[in-house]
Design a protein around this ligand. Structure first.
Ligand code: ZN
Length: 306
């Protein structure tokens, strides 16, 4: 029996914004969303050096994995989901690319980024092929397909952030879904698509509880939580991370969901890593740094007296 090997390369529960995932089936390697980034500002603070170091570690891991990938999937054009820097685009050379449609159901900023990637940085010339993922099926082999959902909102219906495409990898009796940035899902349509696929494993971005009542209406976040509960009721294993893991209360939300289904977890737990919510802990990290610096300073003056 052929086995699907799932490796999560980057996740917010590892300490940096990412949902980069590698799937290997019988010698074919698929990389989904090869990107990582940090919040430029959180609590009004820039990223702590520990966060920058973690981002670099995750990026190295992504670059290591993409080298021998056959298929690369880009679910949408946000910087935590694809390699976009001119010095990195060479990694797309020779790959089969399955990408979010760059010209329809896309907002202006993502349209510009997609154009920059494909045309300005010439990825459409160096890739083996470019295939639109939206509402389509890519046949890898007999009984091995990659299915793209119709475009679903990046969060709630009508979100200004545009659309993402969710992905179903179906092979050898296994069905794995990668649902980036659906934030719960908040959209009922997104939930219905996932449930209609009848997956055994779902890797999904949870609701942005850290923004509830601040940047995202509380109702919408609650809608995301309620749809997530429906999802975990009917799927064997759910890895819920990304937006959800930017909240210090993330571990207690996971606990609550585990009362519905024991197999709900963070990407870190799935990979056997400790949960490290570096972005959510940014204030504390800077505070500790400041305290250590002032200890060092007072230590020096003590030595001078001595
Ligand atoms: Zn994202």
């Amino acid at each position: 029996m052929v086995e699907v090997k799932v490796k999560i390369l980057g996740a917010d529960s590892f300490g940096s914004r990412s949902m980069a995932t590698s799937l290997e089936v019988g010698g074919v390697k698929i990389l989904i969303d090869p990107g990582v980034s940090y919040a430029p500002r959180r609590y009004g603070l820039p990223p702590h050096p520990v966060e920058i170091a973690r981002l670099n570690e995750i990026k190295e891991r992504i670059l290591g994995e993409i080298s021998d990938a056959d298929i690369v999937i880009i679910t949408h054009y946000h910087y935590d989901h694809y390699l976009y820097k001119p010095e990195d685009v060479e990694y797309y050379r020779g790959k089969v690319l399955l990408i979010k449609d760059p010209s329809s159901n896309i907002n202006v900023s993502q349209r510009i980024r997609a154009h920059r990637l494909l045309k300005t940085n010439k990825v459409s010339e160096i890739a083996k092929s470019i295939n639109i993922l939206d509402s389509s099926t890519y046949i890898v082999d007999k009984d091995f397909v990659v299915v793209g959902s119709p475009p679903v909102p990046h969060g709630a219906e009508g979100s200004k952030l545009g659309y993402v495409v969710m992905v179903l990898i179906s092979c050898c009796g296994e069905k794995i879904v990668h649902a980036s940035d659906v934030q719960g899902p908040m959209s009922r349509k997104a939930l219905d698509v996932i449930l209609s696929w009848k997956p055994s494993l779902v890797i999904i971005s949870g609701p942005p509880t850290y923004f509830a009542g601040i940047k995202v209406e509380e109702d919408k976040v609650n809608q995301g939580l309620s749809n997530l509960r429906k999802l975990v009721e009917s799927v064997d294993t759910v890895i819920v991370d990304h937006h959800f893991a930017r909240d210090l209360n993330y571990p207690s939300y996971l606990e609550e969901l585990r009362s519905i289904n024991k197999r709900v977890m963070s990407a870190a737990e799935y990979m056997g890593y400790p949960i490290e919510l570096l972005e959510a802990r940014r204030k504390e990290l800077w505070k500790k740094e400041k305290a250590a610096n002032s200890d060092r300073a007072s230590g020096e003056s003590f030595l001078e007296v001595d």
